[in-house]
Design a binder for this molecule. Structure first.
Ligand code: NAD
Length: 439
């Protein structure tokens, strides 16, 4: 076991991972962790389980370097607007094959989502009825708090974290009501329309000191009122939007083009996907939330304001198309118009046939384990070091979000080093990017 340093509390006892939204991503995560526990698969794509970093003792597995909750000590719970148990929801999501699901079927069938805090105004294309009734949004938040407490007691958890895996809500902006905690709580009491369900969950979690991660591009905790609450209860938060698929590719390719000082004239990205997420995003108001999140990526890698001759005229377009036959197997196409020496033009075409939830599940696991680590280390507020996992990283108002995946990785590693009282390393050392043999 890793030696404890400084203020870092050990990962004793069980960690409860609470998931508002038990659809494709959540069920792929849960079934996957159960399968890994039984030796039925490898947690590929998860840094906490398979990643290494360079330490004073050589290259080490991250989980041997920092004290993380063990997969054996995790309990899952959550909420959904559909009452399907996790097995039924996983079958409908059609991500994992029948053989794998059968191997963990009894455990999945025993997991039934709690009734959701839901408002159809925020997600128009869903018609689930497994929802809480309430008088005010404060009453709704109190019901979620009661769920959190019951779950913790019933499952005997030492600590909890919450990761939003619910649908993308419609686009809305931070307003006067979101400015202060007092104003927000008044809004809860008076049923203010611009308090979204995801904010109700976040409020409940933060009130209870439960770290909150936002896996969708929703506004959610990205408002001063909820950050004030996070500060008051000393609770870490992170968001927004899991970085998978096309955006993952973008943040891998773009830093390379920028490193070689190659110009970009245009970047056209289009997707087809046919899962429930795709159905929700078929509504223009819900798509707008996703579009804003996806569009933010390139500017912060290329810095067009500092490099106008290379990126000043770049045209960036992102489309998502709902196409049911594709199911969870999202297919994306990128056409990148680049230019080099003397302005001569070239094109790059990327056709990524990915599996959305297969890419997202390990991110949820890592975010859950790392935000629990942050809490045990006494860290609170926005955890920028988790930007590595997020498409539209939440940052303090005075900090520019970092999108370059390689810089994000260095930030993440350095935070782990600091937690274990080791000095940070400079970006781009050989050790940062290459996994050597574990010692
Ligand atoms: N799969 C990916 O690669 C990926 C990447 C980035 C972000 N995301 C985001 O993660 C989220 C989950 O994705 P998914 O593919 O699992 O979608 P999904 O549609 O399969 O699952 C979302 C679930 O949330 C439920 N839900 C909606 N509102 C709710 C509420 N208020 N309370 C409780 N449950 C609620 C829905 O009924 C649904 O079952 C989406 O917001 C998606 O945009 C996914």
């Amino acid at each position: 076991m890793t030696e404890q340093k400084g203020q870092l509390a050990p990962a004793n006892g069980k960690l409860g991972i609470l998931l508002p939204g038990m659809g494709a991503v959540a069920t792929t995560l849960i079934a996957g962790v159960l399968a890994v526990r039984k030796g039925g698969g490898q947690p590929i794509g998860s840094l906490t389980q398979m990643g290494k970093l360079h330490t004073a003792a050589g290259n080490q597995k991250i989980k041997d370097f920092v004290p993380l909750a063990d997969l054996e000590n995790i309990e899952f719970g959550g909420w959904d607007v559909y009452e399907d148990n996790v097995y039924q929801a996983a079958v409908k999501a059609a991500v994992l094959d029948e053989k794998l699901l059968q191997s963990v079927r009894p455990e999945l069938e025993a997991m039934v989502p709690m009734k959701a805090a839901f408002d159809p105004h925020y997600v128009k294309n869903l018609d689930g009825t497994h929802v809480k009734t309430y008088t005010t949004k404060l009453d709704l938040a109190e019901q979620v708090i009661a769920d959190i407490r019951n779950f913790k007691a019933e499952r005997g958890c030492e600590r909890l974290v919450m990761v939003w895996c619910g649908s993308t809500e419609i686009y809305h902006e931070s307003g006067e009501l979101h400015r202060t905690l007092a104003g927000f709580e008044e809004g809860l009491r008076t049923n203010a329309a611009n308090i979204a369900p995801s904010m109700v969950y976040a409020y409940a979690a933060l009130k209870e000191g439960v770290p909150f991660v936002n896996g969708a591009p929703n506004l959610t905790v990205d408002v001063p009122a909820l950050l004030e609450l996070a500060a008051t209860t000393q609770t870490p938060v992170a968001g927004k939007d899991f970085k998978t698929g096309q955006t993952l590719m973008k943040t891998i390719v773009a830093p390379g083009l920028s490193a070689r000082a190659l110009g970009v004239k245009g970047w056209f990205s289009t997707n087809i996907l046919g899962n429930r997420d795709g159905l929700v995003l078929d509504d223009p108001d819900n798509f707008k939330t996703k579009e804003v999140s996806k569009l933010s990526v390139l500017d912060s890698v290329f810095h067009p304001e500092e490099n106008p001759e290379l990126y000043g005229d770049m045209y960036h377009k992102v489309r998502i198309n709902y196409y049911p036959p594709a199911g969870d197997n999202k297919e994306s196409w990128d056409n990148i118009d680049i230019f080099g020496w003397l302005g001569y033009q070239m094109q790059i075409k990327i056709n990524f046939l990915c599996r959305d939830s297969i890419l997202a599940a390990p991110l949820v696991l890592d975010l859950a384990l790392f935000i629990d680590l942050a809490k045990r280390a006494g860290m609170s507020g926005i955890q920028e070091w988790l930007s590595f996992y997020l498409k539209s990283p939440q940052t303090d108002a005075n900090i520019r979000p970092e999108h370059d995946i390689f810089k994000q990785l260095v930030n993440l590693h350095n935070t782990l080093r600091l937690l274990m009282n080791e000095p940070p390393v400079e970006a781009a050392t050989e050790e940062e990017y290459q996994d050597g043999p574990a010692v």
